[in-house]
Structures are given as structure tokens and as C-alpha cells.
Design a protein around this ligand. Structure first.
Ligand SMILES: Nc1ncnc2c1ncn2[C@@H]1O[C@H](COP(=O)(O)OP(=O)(O)O)[C@@H](O)[C@H]1O
Ligand SMILES: Cc1ncc(COP(=O)(O)O)c(N)n1
Length: 271
């Protein structure tokens, strides 16, 4: 029987397929990891925004976690949208017993501007989930909230990454620069050194699910025992290709293309 790396996402849903659980599973599949999912909230959303949110009962989140954890060993997991402190508490309680890679995407606001988690949950995430994480992957507004700093430059990004590791207890912090002007630059701090991940800016409005796709790719690659730096480097290429070949779908910000990296290699072969 073939061995496979297993990855779990704990997050909210997107019926339009671009973000959340759906983006995560597509990314896991593309990167040849076996994807599993525990749903926290069912979100009625699409490329234009969030229409409604239905939170699952805590006991049911607990049951889904137990269904996975009592049956299948998990090599790495990520968390995305976790809307309430109660949800975070049960996830923290179950997952801290697992000594595995944890990618924490501190999802707070959708690309459309809709708020996805409540105020208390933000504080619980900072105090309890960050110290459990292998790497935390905030965008600029999320990093500003978590570190209580204002970020307008590379130096500000690096200072915030330092706070996330040295003061808030993450093993590593990757601050994503997509929201700043110019070419998007992400900074990783691992407690010792800073590492820079860059790409050209892709001129597209189809950015729905970019952060989900990036953190899911890092998780899938960590599960395959790649080093953190290698995982981020390849995940960055993956997300850049997903944006380069993104789809013009829907009436708002379209979704990224999870097989973009394959389009890229077809193109290389053709030329
Ligand atoms: N227009 C773009 N072109 C290329 N890369 C981008 C673009 N926008 C964001 N990125 C990259 O996509 C990833 C997600 O970043 P970001 O948009 O900052 O996060 P989020 O989707 O969580 O708001 C990062 O690696 C960022 O540098
Ligand atoms: C369920 C869910 N989780 C996360 C996001 C954020 O998406 P993005 O990656 O565009 O910031 C979203 N819109 N919906």
C-alpha cells in the first residue's frame, strides 16, 4: 500500500470554491497530500462578499475533530477562519496533544472586507493558538492587529515578525506583503534570521482565497517533511502561479487557479 502525507484544515467554507476549506482541499490535492477537513462555520459567500454565516455547534466541531484524530494520523494541519473563542478553545484543547506541524492563518477579514471572526476570538488566537504554531501567516492588517503596531514599510514588517516570535511565542512568523505597494514581498522570521520571499506583482483582481491557498500549500509541503524555508519558497511559487493564471469568474474578486503551476510548466514546455 502506498504511503501518503496527510493534512487537515480546520476552517470555514466557501461554496463559490475560491477560499476557505474548498481552496485548502484543492491545494492539498494539487500538491499530492491527502486532504481532510473540519468545518467550523458554513459561510454563504462568493466573489462579491459574504452573504451570511452559520456557526456549527461546538460539540459538532469537537466530534469532527475526534472523527479524524481517532482514525487517521495527521502529519500537518492548518487553521483558517475560526470565528469564536469557544471554537478556538476546543480546537486548542484537541490539537495541542498532537505534536505536528501547525500553520496558523489568522483569518480575520475576507478580501471583500467582511469581518470573519469576533473580537474575543482575536485575543484568544493571539494568546493560545500563536504559541502552538510552527508558523503564523498574517497579512499586513492581521499583523498590525496582533502586534498593535502600524506597518507601512519593510522595517515595520520585520519588527512585527519579531514581536510575533519573541513576544507572542510563534516558532516562526511569515508576514505577507500583498497589501503594501510595489512587488509583494513576504518576510519570515524564525527566531534567528530573516528571510525574504519575493515575486512580481500580478496585475489581477482575482485574489479571492490567496491567503488560504498560500497557507494550505505551506501545510501540504511541511507534511511531506520539507524544511520550513523550502516549503515557503515553493508555496510562494505556487500562489504566484495561482494568481498569474487566476480565473475571471463571478461579479467580484475572482478565485485563484489552483492548477496554475501546471499551466506554467505546460507553457515552458510549449516555448
Ligand atoms: N497581486 C499579487 N501578485 C503577486 N503576488 C501577490 C499579489 N497579491 C498578493 N500576493 C502574494 O500572495 C500571498 C498572499 O498575500 P496577501 O494578499 O498579503 O494575504 P491575504 O490573501 O491573506 O490578504 C503573499 O505571498 C503575497 O505576497
Ligand atoms: C471561510 C473563509 N476563510 C477565509 C477567507 C479569506 O480569504 P482570503 O484568502 O481571500 O483572505 C474567506 N473569504 N472565507
Amino acid at each position: 500500500m502506498k504511503q501518503v502525507s496527510t493534512v487537515l484544515t480546520i476552517a470555514g467554507t466557501d461554496p463559490s470554491g475560491g477560499a476557505g476549506i474548498q481552496a485548502d482541499l484543492k491545494t492539498f490535492q494539487e500538491l499530492k497530500s491527502y486532504g481532510m477537513s473540519v468545518i467550523t462555520s458554513v459561510v454563504a459567500q462568493n466573489t462579491t462578499g459574504v452573504q451570511d454565516v452559520h456557526h456549527l455547534p461546538i460539540e459538532f466541531i469537537e466530534k469532527q475533530l475526534d472523527s479524524v484524530l481517532t482514525d487517521i494520523p495527521v502529519n500537518a494541519f492548518k487553521t483558517g477562519m475560526i470565528a469564536t473563542e469557544d471554537m478556538m478553545r476546543v480546537i486548542h484543547q484537541r490539537m495541542r496533544q498532537q505534536d505536528i506541524y501547525y500553520v496558523l492563518d489568522p483569518v480575520m477579514v475576507a478580501t471583500s472586507g467582511d469581518v470573519l471572526i469576533n473580537e474575543n476570538a482575536r485575543d484568544y488566537l493571539r494568546d493560545y493558538l500563536i504559541p502552538l504554531s510552527t508558523v503564523v501567516t498574517p497579512n499586513i492588517p492581521e499583523a498590525e492587529y496582533l502586534t498593535e503596531t502600524s506597518i507601512t514599510s519593510m522595517e515595520d514588517m520585520k519588527a512585527a515578525a519579531k514581536i510575533l516570535v519573541n513576544e507572542l511565542g510563534a516558532s516562526a512568523a511569515l508576514i505577507k506583503g500583498g497589501h503594501l505597494e510595489g512587488h509583494p514581498i513576504d518576510w519570515l522570521y524564525n527566531g534567528d534570521e530573516f528571510y525574504k520571499f519575493t515575486s512580481n506583482r500580478i496585475n489581477t483582481t482575482s485574489t479571492h482565497g490567496t491567503g488560504c491557498t498560500y497557507s494550505a500549500a505551506i501545510t501540504a509541503l511541511l507534511a511531506q517533511e520539507n524544511l520550513l524555508l523550502t516549503s515557503i519558497e515553493y508555496a510562494k511559487q505556487f500562489v504566484t502561479s495561482a494568481l498569474r493564471y487566476s480565473f475571471s469568474l463571478g461579479h467580484g474578486n475572482g478565485p485563484t487557479n489552483h492548477w496554475g503551476i501546471r499551466e506554467e510548466s505546460y507553457e515552458l514546455k510549449r516555448n
